[in-house]
Ligand binder design. Structure first.
Ligand code: NAP
Length: 388
């Protein structure tokens, strides 16, 4: 039996890498559903090649023109609930969540509640509603498999180990494109500069998050939930070569590290074939030619987003959802030229301080916290009246 995959966010960076993995192993993987937001042409091409049974297009404005016939599929789901409906209706073994943002929360929960394994690249839902997602996954007995390279690395390091034997998780960070720059020199940074990551080729939002180091902050929260470890057991170490994808230090002093090329197809393939390992015809690491591996402490004063994410994790409840919502809104404004780079953290900090956070984490409280965070951030950005 081939593994039947529903791929959400198929037209993005992770989505395309996942399809490259699927293309390589036609005997092992079957794509049964594809979902995109607005890239209709890309989705059409993918449907023509992979012949899924169903597809979803989320952008409401385009939806009326996207027919099952046009996509050459049996069924097409449209609109904001489209990805979720696809996940519930279509039979599949695994849902690879590769869309961007907290909008992935409903489809991810729907996948878990319909008993489908989840391979999770889309970290924002876990940041916003980690307690809910993981408790639902436990209730349903559904594994949530990490795709983020750091979390895949940690997951691989802890196979066969007991969680109480974990002393510290060392999340590695490249430092992003502005590593070792002082804050004052970052004032006029453009979206293109911010998205130009030194070691990874990724979508726009995660690239900007990597430049502010918010991405690493989101990853700390992601690791807390995925591996059920306390915040004080997760540290960040700057490792500019991005060769070690993360490390786990155990109570006996031993540290296991995961090394690999900077190619997301490796962690995607592992999540899709887990618990098996399958031979990968990809460029491998040559240990004798790789650069020296260096490590440094992160600078919390130059990159306040990292501190803010840790603060939100400490506060708990709805605080991470507010942090995430404000950050998504601020990054979007920055990418549209409506907010200077350095003010992304200001928007997030003000939202965390001023938006009331619910203590209880339920779907409704998190949706409300998310909406309140976005409203606050939009008003803050408009009132600041900043033009870059
Ligand atoms: N890229 C990486 O290397 C990497 C590494 C680790 C983790 N991640 C995580 O993986 C996720 C995807 O990242 P990416 O870099 O692949 O992003 P991306 O290139 O921007 O792609 C995003 C994908 O999501 C779709 N999408 C956007 N909004 C949607 C919505 N509301 N509903 C359904 N689909 C929607 C997009 O469709 P359209 O193309 O139609 O707009 C596109 O297919 C993010 O959460 C990111 O943090 C990425």
């Amino acid at each position: 039996m081939r593994t039947r995959i529903i791929l959400l966010g198929s037209t993005g960076s992770i989505g395309n890498s996942a399809l490259e993995v699927a293309r390589r192993y036609p005997d092992r993987f079957e794509i049964v559903g594809l979902a995109a937001c607005s890239n209709v042409e890309g989705l059409k091409r993918q449907c023509a090649e992979f012949r899924p049974r169903s597809a979803a297009i989320v952008d409401e404005t385009l939806a009326p023109d996207v027919t099952a016939r046009a996509l050459e599929v049996e069924k097409v789901y449209r609109g904001s609930e489209g990805a979720q409906a696809l996940v519930v209706e279509e039979e599949a073994d695994i849902v690879l969540a590769a869309m961007v943002g907290a909008a992935g929360l409903s489809p991810v929960l729907a996948a878990i509640r319909s008993g489908k394994r989840v391979a999770l690249a889309n970290k924002e839902p876990l940041v916003s509603a980690g307690a809910l997602i993981m408790s639902e996954a436990r209730r349903m007995g559904v594994p949530v498999l990490p795709v983020d390279s750091e979390h895949s690395a940690i997951f691989q390091c802890i196979q066969g180990q007991q969680s109480e034997e974990i002393y510290q998780i060392h999340l590695t960070a490249s430092g992003g494109p502005f590593y070792q720059r002082d804050r004052a020199s970052m004032s006029g940074i453009s979206p293109d500069e911010a998205a130009n990551h030194p070691t990874w080729d990724m979508g726009r939002k995660i690239s900007v998050d990597s430049a502010t180091l918010m991405n690493k902050g989101l990853e700390i929260i992601e690791a807390m939930w995925l591996f059920d470890v306390a915040l004080d057991k997760i540290g960040v170490v700057i490792h500019p070569q991005s060769i070690i994808h993360s490390m786990v230090e155990f109570t006996d002093g031993g540290i296991l590290a995961h090394l690999g090329p900077t190619d997301m197809k490796f962690p995607i393939q592992y999540a899709l074939t887990w618990p098996e390992r399958v031979r990968a015809p990809m460029a491998r690491l040559d240990l004798t030619t790789m650069p020296p591996l260096t490590f440094a402490k992160p600078d919390f004063s130059e990159f306040p987003c990292l501190r803010l994410a840790m603060d939100a994790a400490h506060r708990g409840g709805g605080a991470p959802a507010i942090l995430n919502a404000a950050n998504e809104t601020a990054v979007e404004a920055f990418c549209e030229g409506r907010l200077p780079f350095l003010q992304i953290s200001e928007v997030v900090e003000a939202a965390l301080d001023q938006v009331e956070s619910p203590h209880e984490v339920t779907f409704d409280t998190i949706m409300e916290a998310d909406a309140a965070g976005r409203r606050f951030a939009r008003t803050f950005i408009d009132q600041a009246g900043v033009r870059v």
